[in-house]
Design a binder for this molecule. Structure first.
Ligand SMILES: NC(=O)c1ccc[n+]([C@@H]2O[C@H](COP(=O)([O-])OP(=O)(O)OC[C@H]3O[C@@H](n4cnc5c(N)ncnc54)[C@H](O)[C@@H]3O)[C@@H](O)[C@H]2O)c1
Length: 268
């Protein structure tokens, strides 16, 4: 099947769906006929996303959830199954960035803060999600974790964030082995510099750095991650599992170097 018909009617949880990449994934899923359970902490922002989805004819509910609490993730999964009768997929997207400082300047409590959401929250999404997907006897189940290029290539000043994202990539690949024979795919999306609130208010100098560091010369759009999330949820991607896929304009592909074109006139 080479279209997205296969996702129609699938039930998916998307965490951190109130803005940014999670919002883009939730909307993309809904517009393609999936039933979406949007989770985030902010009732107002989460309900606003669901309202927009419904106004366009989509099917979604909002479940207020602090994704750093495994009890709340468990309840989120139970609510999704109680409402829609089954679960096909979980996109564990909620995450925070910390740092921009050398490791000795981190506050001690930042360790718990970032690991509770970026690592423990993702573990809980996979644990309770996989259980519910298996019980649902889903045809085409999937777990998608939104990691980062920091899960592929350590980032300066981001020791804890890097540690959580490497962990997410590791959990993803290990869980892919757990569920491959049960037809649940498990993959990670690794965004590069993506235009979301994570970039709100950053100094111009830092923005120039990010643009220069990206071979594509621009920030990514949240919708570009959503397109990959849709593909991974579809039956076109049933043999793709255990992958950590960058969506990053080649940031993680390697080091830039100096080159000269023999025939630059080809661009004219
Ligand atoms: N934007 C980027 O450049 C970038 C790059 C690499 C990876 N990522 C990853 O993408 C994911 C989404 O980030 P984003 O850029 O859309 O950020 P964002 O800050 O715009 O969105 C984060 C979402 O997570 C939610 N969230 C935060 N803490 C939460 C909690 N405790 N419980 C429930 N929800 C919570 C927020 O409400 C929001 O909906 C994160 O895992 C992030 O690490 C982003």
């Amino acid at each position: 099947m080479n279209n997205f018909e296969s996702v129609k009617g699938k039930v998916a949880i998307v965490t951190g769906a109130s803005r940014g990449i999670g919002e883009a994934i939730a909307k993309c899923y809904a517009v393609n006929g999936m039933k979406v359970v949007c989770a985030a902490r902010s009732q107002e922002a989460g309900e606003a996303v669901v309202k927009e989805i419904r106004e366009k004819g989509g099917d979604a509910i909002f479940v207020p959830t602090d994704c750093s609490s495994k009890e709340q993730i468990k309840k989120l999964v139970e609510t999704a199954v109680a409402h829609y009768g089954k679960l096909d997929g979980v996109v564990s997207n909620a995450g925070i960035g910390k740092g921009g400082t050398p490791i000795h300047e981190y506050e001690e409590n930042e360790y718990e803060e970032i690991f509770d959401l970026n690592s423990k929250g993702v573990f809980a999404g996979m644990k309770y999600g996989a259980e519910a997907i298996l019980k649902s006897k889903s045809k085409g189940g999937f777990l998608i974790n939104v990691a980062s290029i920091a899960g592929l290539l350590p980032q300066r000043g981001q020791a804890l964030y890097t540690a959580t994202k490497f962990g997410v990539v590791g959990m993803t690949r290990a869980a892919a082995l757990d569920y491959a024979e049960h037809d649940i795919t498990v993959n990670a999306i690794c965004p590069g510099y993506t235009q979301t609130s994570m970039f709100d208010g950053i100094p111009e100098q830092a923005m120039q750095f990010f643009l220069k560091d990206c071979p594509a010369g621009r920030l990514g759009k949240p919708e570009e991650c959503a397109d990959l999330a849709l593909f991974l949820a579809s039956d076109m991607a049933r043999y793709i599992t255990g992958a950590a896929i960058p969506v990053d304009g080649a940031v993680s592909a390697g080091h830039m170097n100096v080159i000269s074109w023999k025939h630059p006139e080809i661009l004219q």
